[in-house]
Design a binder for this molecule. Structure first.
Ligand code: KG4
Ligand code: ZN
Length: 366
């Protein structure tokens, strides 16, 4: 039984998985409402809130799993990348718990955690798991083995979150996995672009779910917004799109907000939201598939907070010639179960960290 603790950003989370990767608890205390009034995350506010929430969240996870500290085999914790002050809360809590209980301490890369979320099973699964997206993988196995079963590694992972947009090649390397960074964003992350675009059209933080919801009410045909292809590379850019949203919002008279346009024309908001979402989805899907083909991959793994986006999931599924593995929506955004699942992988490969485990805010993958 592995406990996973996550405090890298604005979710205080704890999850528990067993040796087969089955999820027995997943408790998430989101700070979104606290940061919404500022229109984005305030790091100092985030770390203070983690301090308030960490003990009750871990206790709730143990209760949900009907476990005691003594039942655990290891304590895994995100030690990067993320906000330094926020990471410190989880890492120090995990060190304290490991020291008191005598359990092994395992540091987890948050981005690897997102990838591993695609390989979490429900407690009722006995062999293999049917993902919501309709792809069957034998997730009983360590990820390296699961990838092998999908049809032989490597897999192309698109990690899209509030802070990251990365294409990473996951390859089987004996019993463990190796990751190779293939491409990333040159400026804004996809989730960051959702959050900033939402702000420009008067929708609250976090912007991703709000844009998705608004876009559902758009006209069938909307005037498209630009796509930054950066051809010949596997890199992304979303800052130009953000500016294009701002310019259109201004032209349509819905930015900046004032007394006279406080109740902006909902149809205009919906149409801009859809044009923005179409552009992001088109670029992410097209570039991920072409990278997967170029690297001779057997599968695409779609993870991170933005992977919760329905049009992105559906378009990737329908356009990809390869199987697409993606976590159920609640496991796309930050959670503790994914850290436990990644911790399990490290634990099974013999990894143990010492009490000098440090936070690495700019930790990379690959
Ligand atoms: O992975 P995550 O929870 O935290 C980070 O590691 O950053 O990702 C959060 C990001 C936010 O930018 C949020 O707006 C975005 O994921 N997001 C979405 C959706 N749900 C969350 N973006 C688009 N569509 C969604 N349904
Ligand atoms: Zn994340």
């Amino acid at each position: 039984m592995i406990l996973g603790i996550e405090t890298s950003c604005d979710e205080t989370a704890a999850g528990i998985v067993d040796s087969a990767g089955r999820m027995f608890a997943n408790v998430v205390a989101s700070q979104a409402d606290i940061h919404a009034r500022y229109g984005g995350i305030v790091p100092e506010v985030a770390s203070r809130q983690h301090i308030r929430d960490i003990s009750p969240v871990v206790r709730a996870a143990l209760e949900d799993a009907r476990l005691d500290w003594s039942d655990l085999d290891a304590i895994a914790v995100t030690n990067g990348p993320g906000l330094a002050g926020s990471l410190m809360v989880g890492v120090n809590y995990a060190k304290g718990a490991a020291a008191v209980t005598g359990k092994p301490l395992i540091g987890v890369n948050h981005l690897v955690g997102h990838v591993m979320a695609a390989f979490i099973r429900q407690p009722s699964d006995s062999n293999g798991s049917t993902h919501e997206a309709g792809i069957v993988t034998d997730t009983h196995l360590p990820l390296a083995e699961a990838l092998h079963r999908i049809g032989g590694a490597p897999a192309m992972c698109l990690i899209v979150s509030g802070g990251h947009t990365e294409l990473v090649l996951a390859e089987r390397n004996g019993s463990s996995l190796s990751f190779q960074l293939v491409g990333e964003t040159r400026d804004d992350a996809a989730g960051e672009a959702f959050d900033k675009a939402a702000r420009a059209i008067g929708l609250p933080y976090p912007g991703g779910p709000e844009i998705q919801r608004a876009a559902e009410n758009a006209d069938d045909e909307v005037i498209p917004l630009p796509r930054a292809w950066i051809r010949g590379t596997h890199e992304f850019s979303f800052s130009g799109l953000k500016t294009a949203v701002l310019n259109r919002a201004r032209a349509e008279g819905i930015y900046p907000r004032s007394e006279s346009n406080r109740t902006a024309d909902e149809n205009k908001v919906a149409n801009i939201a859809k044009a923005f979402q179409d552009s992001v989805v088109d670029v992410l899907v097209t570039k991920t598939i072409s990278a997967a083909i170029e690297f001779d991959c057997s599968a695409i793994v779609l993870v991170g907070g933005v992977a919760a986006n329905r049009p992105l999931r559906e378009t990737m599924q329908s356009k990809s010639p390869l199987p697409v593995v993606t976590p159920p929506i609640p496991l796309c955004t930050d959670n503790g179960a994914m850290i436990a699942r990644a911790g399990l992988e490290r634990y099974q490969n013999g990894a143990r960290d010492a009490y000098d485990l440090d936070v690495i805010p700019s930790l990379r993958i690959g």
